[in-house]
Design a protein around this ligand. Structure first.
Ligand code: HEC
Length: 176
């Protein structure tokens, strides 16, 4: 191979690289628009959702339920819960039990917290459906429990706070 031939090959390689990088740039520019803002959490929750659908025999349409919910809204709804509950990893029991990783956990599953008898006897897991029913009207969903909270009337508030619980109190992802 003479050096001219060799130069042609090098030039071809460089050209290819430039074209590929260029296309990548162009497609970045073209498709930059609709980046989902909370994709990380949505994906995470999918596993919980399928699990809870199968074990709960649920009537709840989860896609519709979460359609207008957001971790961000959940964060502000959780202010109502924060008087009695911690959510962060390593958070302590307060008036209510620590809620870190509560989605999917056994009801009354925190060791070292003194639950009411009715919560201990309930014997289920905190699926999305159970959380939704409980948070709508705690006193009605599990009779005799001692959570002194009236409930969240708005479905969107319940869905959002469940997303926030599932994210374990993380800040919502904000993409640049
Ligand atoms: C006035 C205090 C208070 C407020 C406000 C409150 N809770 Fe509770 N919560 C409790 C208590 C007390 C219990 C334990 C109930 C029992 O043992 O019967 C509890 C239990 C729970 C449980 C069951 C946990 C487990 O380990 O089984 C969940 C889930 C829960 N609360 C979520 C919430 C959410 C979400 C909010 C806000 C929308 C909230 N709570 C607001 C006091 C409160």
């Amino acid at each position: 191979m003479d050096s001219f031939e060799f130069n042609k090959i090098v030039a071809a390689i460089i050209l290819t690289v430039v074209v590929v990088l260029g296309l990548d740039r162009i497609s970045d520019l073209l498709f930059k628009v609709d980046q989902p803002t909370v994709s990380g959490y949505k994906v995470d929750l999918d596993t919980t959702m399928t699990a809870s659908v199968t074990d709960g025999g649920s009537q709840l349409d989860l896609q519709a339920f979460f359609a207008s919910a957001s971790v961000e809204q959940g964060k502000s709804v959780f202010k109502k819960c924060a008087a009695c509950h911690s959510i962060k990893k390593g958070g302590k029991n307060n008036i209510g039990p620590a809620l870190y990783s509560v989605v999917g956990r056994d009801v009354a599953g925190v060791t070292g917290y003194k639950y009411s008898k009715s919560l201990v006897a309930y014997g289920k897991q905190w699926s999305v459906e159970e959380l939704n029913g409980f948070l709508l009207k705690p006193a009605k969903w599990i009779k005799g429990n001692k959570m002194g909270f009236a409930g969240l009337k708005k479905e969107e508030d319940r869905a959002s706070v469940i997303l926030y619980l599932n994210a374990n109190g993380d800040e919502p992802i904000t993409l640049p």
